[in-house]
Design a binder for this molecule. Structure first.
Ligand code: FAD
Length: 398
């Protein structure tokens, strides 16, 4: 049994196209749409100018947008969000394969040729005095467009200017550090956590600043920035509020984890997501060079103090702490320290592992878990491959 309704009678843009959203899982609506049932789909007709707003509203209400298509009579036929493939596979295969997450997640709403112009609202230093390098928390306004996203996705930034060949710069990807509701929980912003890349020229020794990271770290509030995306389904958070979420991050790899942890533990987020009341376990391993480099330290420790049974926080501070062999404490040493406990957690099907940050950090983590799994007669490589197939092992390193 389907219901159908039209959202937003007045269209604020000159674009009069209408789109039909197929939505699942809405219990009731806030009155702007016809009542719907718990099971089955609802079809909602949305004017072009209200699409972003309506998507947010549906997500807030716990609904899932299964597909979006142009209403009859529209010129456009391009789907905005891909629908999940029909379940037509044989039973055995369907059973063996874990359901791929993210079928309803927004992707590529803004492409490089037609980026969204988002105003920088704030740009704040994250590294405290005495720390190494520059890392900034940068917030952009999304209220003028249709860009929606979920925790674990990234956006693209196209820096101003041209490259050595006189061509416009290519986009760079950045993990989103805010929840889908944004830092102000008003569905109007997106935030990034960006480290300025600097390195020495291999021959001349001259210091070179990365193009896009330098552009972003020096942005003045008020500047409009070309934004693309969102992209990425690798780092999505399981919807299960009882999940066990193990996060291993270095440096700006904290960005998606900040979004997860806010969603799980921040008061205003919990109010905004009544269907996601996290009761599982979140365990963050965070590797940084020095204490002043613990990005978002206060927020993390505040959440940990408030939810001590649900949130464990383990730092690896390489230049201040020593590993068991007297060397610098890197994240893999902390993983090795807790490897038996982690291995036992990992065997629970509700456990997801996320790795984000420096490229190459997986190697040390694998080594530690190989030893722990071997003690129970399990080959870690094979086990990790199965976890990956089951969408429980998530890596985004750069
Ligand atoms: C999915 C994804 C998510 C990401 N998320 C984040 C994030 O949340 N925060 C963040 O800060 N970054 C993130 N990045 C990295 C980001 O996309 C950029 O790569 C980074 O900011 C550098 O871009 P840039 O334009 O400043 O550097 P560029 O000007 O593009 O310079 C980078 C290039 O410089 C060269 N180079 C770099 N280091 C050296 C060296 N030591 N010696 C010699 N040559 C060198 C290499 O050729 C390299 O390709 C992410 C990347 C990906 C793929």
């Amino acid at each position: 049994m389907y219901n159908s309704s039209v959202i937003g009678g007045s269209v604020s843009t000159s674009d009069s196209r209408l789109f039909v959203y197929e939505v699942e899982g809405l219990g009731s609506t806030d009155g702007s749409a016809a009542p719907v049932r718990q099971s089955g789909s609802t079809f909602v007709t949305v004017p072009y100018g209200r699409m972003a707003e309506e998507t947010r509203r549906i997500m807030r209400m716990g609904g899932k947008i299964v597909s979006i298509r142009a209403a009859n009579g529209n010129n456009s036929t391009a789907p905005v969000i891909q629908s999940a493939p029909a379940a037509s596979k044989p039973m055995a295969e369907t059973k063996a394969k874990a359901k791929k997450p993210g079928a309803n997640v927004p992707i590529n709403i803004y492409k490089p040729k037609t980026p969204y112009l988002g105003e920088c609202l704030s740009n704040d230093a994250l590294v405290a005095e005495g720390g190494v390098g520059d890392v900034q928390h940068i917030k952009f306004d999304l209220s003028e467009g249709d860009l929606t996203y979920v925790e674990g996705q990234s956006i693209g930034i196209i820096p101003e200017g041209t490259d050595d060949n006189g061509k416009p710069h290519k986009l760079r990807l950045y993990s989103i550090a805010s929840t889908r509701h944004g830092d102000d929980v008003d569905d109007k912003t997106v935030s990034l956590c960006v480290r300025q890349l600097t390195y020495k020229h291999p021959e001349s020794g001259e210091t070179i600043n990365g193009v896009c990271s330098t552009y972003l770290c020096n942005l003045e509030p008020g500047t409009k920035v070309k934004i693309t995306g969102p992209v990425g389904k690798e780092m999505l958070l399981p919807e299960d509020p009882d999940a066990k979420v193990i996060m291993m991050g270095t440096g700006t790899g904290i960005a998606p984890f900040r979004a997860y942890l806010w969603r799980m533990f921040k008061d205003r987020e919990r109010e905004a997501n009544p269907d996601y009341s996290f009761k599982g376990l979140a365990w963050l391993f965070f590797g940084v060079p020095k204490t002043p480099n613990i990005l978002y330290k206060e927020e993390l420790e505040e959440m940990q103090a408030k939810y001590p049974d649900n949130f464990r926080l383990t730092y690896a501070i390489s230049r201040e702490q020593q590993n068991s062999e007297g060397g610098r404490m890197y994240i893999q040493h902390r993983i090795a320290e807790y490897a038996d406990e982690l291995w036992s957690l990992i065997q629970d099907q509700k456990t997801h592992v996320y790795i984000c940050g420096l490229r190459g950090m997986e190697g040390g983590i694998d080594e530690a878990l190989t030893a722990a799994a071997a003690k129970t007669g399990v080959n870690w490589d094979e086990y990790r491959r199965d976890m990956k197939k089951g969408h429980r092992w998530h890596v985004e390193t750069y």
